[in-house]
Every structure is written in structure tokens, then in C-alpha cells.
Write a protein that binds this ligand. Structure first.
Ligand SMILES: C[S@@+](CC[C@H](N)C(=O)[O-])C[C@H]1O[C@@H](n2cnc3c(N)ncnc32)[C@H](O)[C@@H]1O
Length: 302
């Protein structure tokens, strides 16, 4: 009885949170993609560095070779870069050939100069391969619309093929963005068209509820609702509820092999058992791996 009441409580609280975020979206548009504001400069810089370092570590683990760390001369595509160009700049400091990022929300246009000053100071301290002046020059070019090696593309249609033209990509990275895409089958098909044979995709997908307070208390909250209710309380960018096996299927269908899904965080058994039967029936079958709260997707293009 107590468990039923708790689940009922989370059902309605979750609806409340999603409705609030829908109203916020209509008033302010897409808001800060991180759990903190870019004005927390040091934290934002460290976040970007950590994201890239984790991608590289995952890439090395996936290919079983730590020599790949150089990323030398690789063309890199990032899907859904978020609030700033720190990730792209840090990758450029590792002698990559070029960095292209695509998003539907232009979140980087109002980044305070102070963020990049702190970012460059941080990189300088770490003594990276390329001079800071090269990175500053690339950032200036991008900010003035003359993209060179640091290309940021914002398109509401998220048309990756048109955005990239004839450019071909070696590595695709993405962090906590796939779960926001309108249609992951369309995105993966487009990514497949712009990647070279042998290209690798490394993407972290956050499968949890995104509403701030509830994501820790009831991480699977968004999976409680039927399709029509969820559509009603969603807006563009609300988590799409795509499960790991569906990503794997989409990758394999579009010519990717050695696709692996590696869990990053999982829900402990006691908690999982207490909510399992309160999830919408669409998510009940074992193939949904509902105890996975975050995963790595890795695959190789044939
Ligand atoms: C949670 S943020 C993650 C951003 C960044 N990778 C990070 O880790 O801070 C999600 C990203 O997905 C983008 N996004 C949201 N809805 C999208 C959509 N429907 N299609 C494509 N990108 C979307 C956002 O603009 C944002 O860049």
C-alpha cells in the first residue's frame, strides 16, 4: 500500500515537473543544458575538459589501443555541444584536423568572454600541443562567421547531411544529447552518410528523467507515462525515452558494427523492483534494460 502511494505521488509530481518545464520552454526557449550556469566559469571549464578526457578514455578502451589518444589529424563531429565551445577548443589543442559541431539551439552565442579567458588560462597551465594563440584565432574566426577548423553549426532542422556537405568524419562524439534528438533513426542515418568507413562513434546517453529534483529521487520517472500523455506534457528536447537496444538496432541498420552498449550507472535492485510494475507497459519487457540510467554507445562504421 505504502509503495503504491509513493508511486502515485511520483506519477503526479513528474507530470507537474514536465508541465512546468513546458511552460518555461514556451516563455524562455531552451534553457541551460547543464545542471549549473555557464557563469560558474571554473566549473564549466572543468566540465568540458572532463567530457573530452572521458570520451578519449572510452575511445581507447573501445579500440583497445591507448595510442589513439593523439587524435592526430582526425575530423571530429560533435552532436549537441551545448553551452560553449570549450570542448571543440580542447579537442583542437590535441592536433585534430577539424572540429564540427551541430545543434538546434544556438547556446554559444552569448558566452561571456571571461569563460574563454579562464579556459585558455587553464589550457596554458596544462601546456598543450598547439599554441593558445592558434586557439584564440580559431575562436575569433568562428565568432565572426569565418569558421576554419572550429565549426559551429546551428540549424533548427538538425539536417546533418546538408550541414556537412562533402566533409567526411572520422570520429563522432556526443555527450548527454542523443536523448534529446527528435528522431534518433533519422540522426543515425544522417551521421552514417557523413562518416568514413572505419569511423567510430562514442556517445554518452543520459537515460534518466531530466527534471532537477526528481532525477535523483525517481530516475525512471519519465517511463511511467503512456505515449499520448508523455507527448502532451513534452516539448522539443524533452527526453525521447529511446532505450539502449533501439540505439543498437539503429546503428546496425545503418551499417555500424561492433556496436556496444556499456552501462555507466544502474539503478540498484531494491529501488528497481519497487517501481518496475509502475512503469508504462511499453517499458516492461527485459529488453528495455530499465535499470540502466546512463550508457555509452560505441560502434564502428563499415
Ligand atoms: C543536456 S544538453 C548537453 C549539452 C552538452 N553536450 C553538455 O554535455 O553540456 C543537450 C544538447 O542537445 C541539444 N538538443 C536539444 N534538443 C535537441 C533536438 N531536438 N535536436 C538536436 N539537438 C537537441 C541541446 O541544444 C544541447 O546542446
Amino acid at each position: 500500500m505504502k509503495n503504491t502511494l509513493i508511486n502515485l505521488f511520483y506519477y503526479w509530481v513528474g507530470i507537474g515537473f514536465l508541465l512546468l518545464s513546458k511552460i518555461k520552454y514556451f516563455i524562455h526557449g531552451y534553457s541551460t543544458p547543464k545542471p549549473f550556469d555557464i557563469s560558474e566559469f571554473q566549473r564549466a571549464v572543468e566540465y568540458d575538459i572532463r567530457v573530452v578526457d572521458r570520451w578519449i578514455a572510452m575511445l581507447q578502451e573501445y579500440v583497445g589501443d591507448d595510442r589513439i589518444s593523439a587524435l592526430n589529424n582526425k575530423s571530429i563531429l560533435e552532436l549537441g555541444p551545448g553551452s560553449d565551445l570549450g570542448v571543440g577548443l580542447y579537442l583542437l589543442s590535441k592536433s585534430i584536423k577539424e572540429y564540427v559541431a551541430i545543434d538546434v539551439n544556438n547556446l554559444v552565442q552569448n558566452v561571456p568572454e571571461k569563460f574563454y579567458n579562464i579556459f585558455f588560462a587553464y589550457l596554458k597551465e596544462k601546456d598543450h600541443l598547439l599554441g593558445i594563440s592558434f586557439l584564440k584565432e580559431q575562436l575569433n574566426k568562428t565568432n565572426n562567421g569565418n569558421n576554419d577548423k572550429l565549426d559551429y553549426i546551428c540549424r533548427k532542422d538538425f539536417d546533418i547531411e546538408s550541414a556537412l556537405g562533402s566533409r567526411k568524419i572520422d570520429i563522432v562524439f556526443s555527450q548527454a544529447a542523443f536523448e534529446h534528438f527528435d528522431d534518433i533513426n533519422v540522426t543515425i542515418k544522417a551521421v552514417s552518410a557523413v562518416t568514413k568507413p572505419g569511423a567510430i562513434i562514442i556517445a554518452l546517453v543520459d537515460l534518466k528523467t531530466h527534471s532537477r529534483w526528481i532525477r535523483d529521487k525517481d530516475p525512471n520517472n519519465i517511463y511511467r507515462y503512456s505515449g499520448w500523455i508523455y507527448r502532451l506534457i513534452s516539448t522539443r528536447g524533452t527526453p525521447n525515452r529511446v532505450r539502449p537496444y533501439q540505439y543498437k538496432q539503429a546503428l546496425e541498420k545503418n551499417g555500424w558494427e561492433n556496436a556496444i552498449i556499456a552501462p555507466i550507472t544502474t539503478l540498484e535492485n531494491v529501488k528497481f523492483n519497487s517501481i518496475k510494475k509502475h512503469l508504462n507497459r511499453k517499458f516492461i519487457e527485459d529488453k528495455n534494460q530499465m535499470n540502466y540510467l546512463g550508457v555509452w554507445l560505441c560502434a564502428t562504421k563499415t
